[in-house]
Unconditional design. Structure first.
Length: 277
């Protein structure tokens, strides 16, 4: 039993010196390759080890300890790619203190889960819809600044997050997890609600699907689209959006299948004269 427990301990238990900012910044840049070797067995594990390796080499001067650290850092790993430096900082602080590998594994697993939901809420459900909605309108108007502005805003936010989270979590250590998880559910829910609100606003603002159906009524034909607009403007775009949400959420359709459905509806509706030419 004693030998088994020692396999989780490093040979050299002397705490390592603090990592310099240059090394931390180097790992921030290497974190961009987190998903470069993505696979369905260990997900982002290879990219994770590649990103954190410069810090591990400086912490573990003992080759056996470095090998042991690299081995357990190749375990299954999957989190939001833009927030991965948060986990890196925490793990590096634990490796620095020569914490046993079982504890490091547990902390890594505990940190990567909440970050996935928080990252999705911040970036995919909030930042991207808002930024893309504004800049896409600029691009539609013929402005070249639209796509450029989108790339600048999106990448500026993610790089600020990467750099700040790396240094903040590294200095804070494992306490950062308590801060992260304390209000994680409330924060994720709020950000998701904001994202849904933005998607609804974009649907109303940019949804251009209308009906081209008229019912003969003497000299004044009944225009179906005018009736629908009187009840609820942009009703057709809203109905299509809700239909796609239902198919993805309840029927487990893939986005590709939904795109295929829209193509079929567009072609069939155009041929039958349902949509305006």
């Amino acid at each position: 039993m004693k030998m088994e427990s020692n396999t989780t301990l490093y040979n050299d238990l002397t705490p390592a010196q603090k990592l310099d900012k240059k090394t931390l910044n180097k790992m921030v840049w290497r974190s961009l390759f987190l998903q470069a070797s993505f696979n369905y067995e260990r997900m982002q594990a290879a990219g994770w080890l590649y990103g954190i390796l410069p810090g591990l080499k400086k912490i573990h001067t003992n080759k056996e300890d470095l090998s042991k650290s690299m081995k357990h850092n190749l375990d299954f790993f999957n989190t939001h790619p833009f927030l991965v430096t948060f986990v890196m900082g925490i793990i590096l602080s634990l490796e620095e203190q020569k914490t046993d590998t079982t504890t490091i594994r547990a902390v890594r697993v505990a940190a990567m889960g909440p970050l996935g939901g928080i990252g999705d809420a911040i970036f995919w459900y909030t930042l991207v819809p808002i930024t893309a909605g504004i800049t896409a309108n600029m691009a539609i108007d013929g402005s070249l600044a639209g796509p450029i502005l989108f790339l600048v805003i999106f990448n500026t936010v993610q790089f600020i997050a990467r750099y700040w989270l790396m240094h903040w979590s590294y200095n804070l250590g494992s306490k950062a997890i308590d801060i992260l998880t304390k209000n994680a559910k409330e924060f994720t829910r709020s950000a998701s609600m904001l994202g849904v609100f933005i998607v609804g606003a974009l649907t109303s603002n940019y949804g251009g699907t209308t009906l081209d159906i008229e019912i003969a009524n003497g000299e004044s034909p009944i225009i179906i689209q005018s009736i629908l607009d009187g009840v609820l403007p942009k009703m057709i775009p809203l109905a299509i959006t809700l239909m796609l949400f239902y198919l993805i959420k309840k029927r487990k359709w893939t986005p590709v299948a939904c795109i295929g459905l829209l193509l079929v509806l567009g072609i069939a509706g155009g041929a039958l004269g349902i949509w305006p030419k």
